[in-house]
Design a protein around this ligand. Structure first.
Ligand code: AMP
Length: 249
């Protein structure tokens, strides 16, 4: 079985985003970019399934500017076998990404596509669900555990107030949550090895997909400044303060 893992190049999670002066978006000039953390978890899970013998090949796919090649190389250095880079001008919205991934999936015929539950730049949390809809495949979103049992994937999902386990006929879509695993670091020899792994270069036109944006960003703003907190000496004082504020149980 082949596993396909879409990975997105995003602002590094340690970097505090700066809003552009004209409010049109987040300033990405000269800031560190990395693989979306949920996608690192997706790559790790695919590698573990391959190492356990449940899969034979891991293919990583990225859509974005040419520098997304670096993100794909990171995935190859972690251990993925092959990469597909789809270079696009400007941002591609989740529907455009899902349409492209659907085309790649039709070509690659994976048994499983593992995506992140969301990309931490736009926090859309839509692509996996849209891809499942376009392909007509089952989906196990927000996965904290994935097991392959014959022709099915058994996925434990993080849901409000607990966990839910679903059984999906393959091929299927999985999106990763934080608790699924802890991704490995790429070792130096593997970083060197990744340089010679195959990476196909494509464009949306190669797949006949129109990725023209359907959404308009009206304005991007910094969140409001937090008010300073107050320390209370004990529970009685806290209760008295809450009562004074009219917050009673
Ligand atoms: P989103 O719906 O944008 O929050 O993204 C959810 C997941 O879809 C990500 O964690 C990735 O696995 C995948 N994805 C989104 N955008 C891209 C992209 N441009 N290239 C590759 N994968 C993507």
């Amino acid at each position: 079985m082949r596993i396909m893992v879409p990975v997105k190049r995003v602002l590094d999670y340690n970097v505090k985003p700066r809003v552009k002066a004209d409010g049109s978006g987040v300033d990405l000039s000269n800031v560190k970019m990395s693989m979306n953390p949920f996608d690192e978890i997706a790559v790790e899970e695919a590698l573990r399934l391959r190492e356990a013998g449940a899969a034979s090949e891991v293919v990583v796919v990225s859509i974005g500017e040419a520098k997304a090649a670096e993100t794909l190389r990171t995935a190859l250095a972690m251990g993925a076998d092959r990469a597909v880079l789809i270079t696009a001008e400007g941002p591609v919205e989740p529907l455009g990404v899902a349409k492209l991934l659907a085309k790649v999936a039709q070509e690659e015929q994976p048994g499983l596509v593992i995506l992140g539950k969301q990309a931490i730049d736009d926090d859309n949390g839509q692509t996996g669900q849209m891809l499942a809809g376009l392909l007509g495949w089952g989906q196990g979103t927000f996965a904290s555990k994935v097991a392959i049992e014959g022709e099915a994937a058994v996925v434990t999902r993080e849901v409000d107030g607990g966990a839910e386990t679903v059984r999906l006929a393959l091929p299927a879509i999985v999106t990763t949550d934080l608790r699924l695993n802890e991704p490995r670091y790429a070792s130096l020899p593997n970083i060197m090895k990744a340089k010679s792994k195959p990476m196909a270069n494509k464009t949306p036109a190669d797949y006949g997909v129109d990725v023209t944006p359907r959404l308009t960003v009206t304005r991007v703003e910094e969140p409001g400044k937090r008010q300073a907190g107050v320390k209370v000496a004990d529970v009685d004082e806290l209760v008295a303060k809450l009562k004074a504020l009219g917050v009673t149980g």
